[in-house]
Ligand binder design. Structure first.
Ligand code: HOZ
Length: 432
């Protein structure tokens, strides 16, 4: 049932003003609702599994600030820890003990990480790891996968996912050819294509970088044998394997995709959850590779706010909360109930759909699928997705405003939240 109280008057006013002040009225493109259409929502506050807009509409939130809110928004223990940390100041620009604590937690959790460097975003982590893989191997070329998104640095804006996919943009103007001439691409889940690239570029490829579970082209899991195959191919060719676990790290398992699938890359990038909702990123990996990073070694990378005490504090508390037994089993259970439920409802109503979940990450495509890569994801009926998105929004369910973004649950989502979501989906899907 559409809530009669669904009004967006204040959102409209604020967004209209925002458009005169900021490009597209936003600080990051996808949230402008361009691909789904309709009035973007301007938010006021968050708590647990819920988010409220400036018109006081309440939504069950499956964006979770794009992943970090895995314990639920504004968890009281995170807020309390932040209050205490705030008393000591907001930035040191110098070493703090908090960095040791979070570094140790990350190293203990993530199989590939023996040393870690904190930065301020996933984009920054991926930029640094690119330089590092080139510095370590003395090679310039890299392989990335179509639809994978590794932040907005020039070298990665080739067949990129997330906002680039959402807006259907060609590779961005302003990126010189020289910046991307060493970026080779292959379809996700296509080992033969990767093999061919290695054969065509012998001794020239520094590394292969991927989201081990794609979240930036919608939700696309790896086929059986794909990650294993990449591990073998990179080793055979003297190249590094890099998992971009900005989304999957601490989400699909405490130790990320590498723990879940038992494949250990050489380097890993992280972000989102390890900052507990504050801006953060990190990259880490084998000690011999990380020792190349300045000031240990010659590969330069730096940041004024890196290791920020507030971000470290929120990250530490969030990881502590995730260590509670049953966390990932719970996430898996409720997210599976949601993903399976959406599929079942849509199929019963005769729609071509596919999708799934791994622990607290999920997705649904409006195509019969299965979807193994970005080309197949693009076959999804985007107009139908837009109508689905709007219908859900009007019923108090906030989904990512793009077919090409994964959904996220949190431990704060209850069975009742999932039931309410499925009830709303049944109404919306009937009317699509
Ligand atoms: N690139 C992020 C999602 N994959 C953030 C999008 C946004 O904040 O608009």
């Amino acid at each position: 049932m559409v809530t009669t109280s669904f009004k967006t008057t204040k959102s409209e006013e604020i967004f209209a003003a925002a458009q005169k002040l900021m490009p597209g009225g936003v600080s990051s493109p996808v949230r402008a609702f361009k691909s789904v259409g309709g009035q973007p929502i301007v938010f006021d506050r968050v708590k647990g599994a819920y988010i409220w807009d400036v018109d006081d509409n309440q939504y069950i939130d499956y964006v979770g600030t794009w992943g970090p809110a895995i314990c639920g928004h504004a968890h009281p223990e995170v807020i309390e820890a932040l209050h205490k940390a705030l008393e000591k100041g907001t930035s040191f620009g110098a070493p703090s003990y908090l960095e040791n604590v979070l570094a140790e937690m990350v190293i203990d959790a993530v199989p590939s990480i023996e040393m870690v460097r904190f930065v301020n975003s996933g984009t920054e982590a991926c930029m640094a790891v690119l330089r590092l893989m080139r510095a370590f191997t003395g090679r310039d070329k890299i392989i990335k996968f179509e639809g994978c998104y590794h932040g907005h640095a020039d070298m990665f804006l080739v067949k990129a996912g997330s906002g680039v996919a959402t807006l259907g943009l060609p590779d961005s103007p302003g990126v010189p050819k020289s910046a991307t001439q060493n970026t080779l691409t292959a379809p996700f889940n296509d080992l033969e294509a990767v093999k061919a690239l290695f054969e065509e570029n012998p001794g020239q490829i520094a590394g292969v970088i991927l989201e081990p579970v794609v979240g930036n082209a919608g939700f696309i899991p790896p086929d059986g044998g794909f990650l294993e195959g990449l591990r073998v191919l990179t080793k055979e060719n003297g190249a590094l394997l890099i998992f971009d676990e900005v989304m999957t790290g601490f989400r699909i398992a405490y130790g990320g995709a590498q723990e879940k699938f038992g494949i250990t890359p050489d380097l890993t990038t992280l972000g989102k959850i390890i900052g507990g909702g504050l801006p953060v990123g990190a990259y880490g990996g084998r000690r011999d590779i990380m020792s190349m990073v300045a000031p240990s070694g010659p590969m330069y990378q730096a940041g004024t706010l890196s290791g920020n005490p507030l971000a470290m504090t929120a990250g530490i508390k969030t990881l502590e909360l995730l260590q509670k037994s049953g966390t990932y089993e719970y996430l898996d259970r409720i997210t599976k109930k949601l993903a399976d439920g959406l599929l079942q409802i849509a199929k019963e109503k005769g729609h071509a759909v596919c999708g799934g979940n791994i622990s607290g990450m999920f997705g649904l495509f409006f195509t019969s699928g299965p979807v193994h890569n970005y080309e197949e994801a693009k076959k999804s009926d985007l107009a139908k997705f837009s109508r689905f998105h709007r219908g859900m929004l009007e019923r108090g369910i906030y989904l990512a405003p793009s077919q090409f973004e994964a959904g996220f649950t949190s431990v704060a989502h209850t069975e009742e939240d999932i039931d309410r979501t499925l009830q709303a989906a049944a109404e919306v899907i009937s009317s699509l």
